[in-house]
Write a protein that binds this ligand. Sequence first.
Ligand code: HAM
Length: 422
Amino acid sequence: MSKNLQAVRGMNDILPDEAERWEALEARLRRWLAAYAYRPLRMPIVEPTPLFARAIGEVTDIVEKEMYSFIDTLSGEPLTLRPEGTAGCVRAVLQHNLLYDGPRRLWYLGPMFRHERPQKGRYRQFHQLGVEALGYTGPDIDAEQMVMIARLWRELGLAGTMRLELNCLGQPEERARHRSALIAHFEQHRDSLDEEAKRRLPSNPLRILDTKNPAMQPIVETAPRLYDYLGEASRAHFSGVCALLDAAKIPWRFNPRLVRGLDYYNLTVFEWVTEQLGAQGTVCAGGRYDGLIAQLGGKPQPACGFAIGLERLLALTEGRDGERQSIAQVYVLHQGEVAQRLAFVAAESLRDAGLAVQLHCGGGSFKAQMRRADQSGARVAVIVGEDEAAAGEASVKPLRAEGSQCRVGIAALVPAVQVWLD
Ligand code: HAM
């Protein structure tokens, strides 16, 4: 195929075998979300560019270099393919005044876009399930979200493979004081900083703590810790979250280096990480973002949420799926013009009875049609040959069980097929 007719790099087609796994997972996720009283919200994929700059932060990797932004040629408006869902969710909640009668638990699912270097587990179009609780203070909702996620891992048979990492980012003033101390510390060791760190020092010194450069580990190790700059209230919130997690017997690990790549977080931040996906091991991530609603123009209200990367979750559950749902149960084949018309009627009567039916289309020898029936995964073949058609009958043949073919009148077709489906 000509090169320019391929999908965009890092944006994948999801073919039917895979798409069926997605649908089965999505159905499961919907049941799990309903059990915690979260309700769906569907937002547009494109939002005004300033929304993301304001919500995620001007000096984040996402906003600086990963957004698919463009000018709408008709309106001249700067637009962006959403790189995440929290900003759009808060925008929609404010636009429609959804918090007017109290807090809301909401979820959304769909594609997100980031211009990252594609590799296994990291794509330019990927899918997130986002879960947001808006209008709630107190550590209980933070903890409930983590308890809820732990339940999902159990339901999917992943409990042993996921590790919960937790940190408390405090409040903006506490972070500002820590930031000054951090800059002073790195300034003192300026000679040991690499070029990347020097560039980041004035704008985003926290990201230096994430460095992979082994030569910089000693100055990173001795850097001032945010936790030491947290006040009473922040510490109390954090210990409230930890106590609820302990009461629910959810193991967690304090990770003081966990900072997250989006600027809207305060207090609780968390990530669920697995060793089974190589470098892209973060399957779920989130935290509290009490300042975002006010920052986007709303009356100040607290909030907390997380997102699960669906490609990563599906990679972990590969090989654990149940039966595929969208395979036809019955394959109807036919030979000759009269038979074709009868086969159409027969297929519709089977569908009237609630069965999933694949009617052979496109002609072909009887043998070729039988091969298709076998390949389709259907459990029963309904055959309308010229003989059957002349008698107003069809033959029923089990494809996945021992048993002989039988011939019945069209009116008796449904029960004759059902025998092989129960
Ligand atoms: P995030 O950490 O940027 O957070 O993304 C959440 C999850 O999306 C990641 O842990 C990962 O599983 C998946 N993900 C991110 N980028 C990619 C990619 N390029 N390819 C495949 N998967 C990816 C957020 O987006 C926040 N909005 C989460 C949140 C919701 N916080 C509060 N509410």
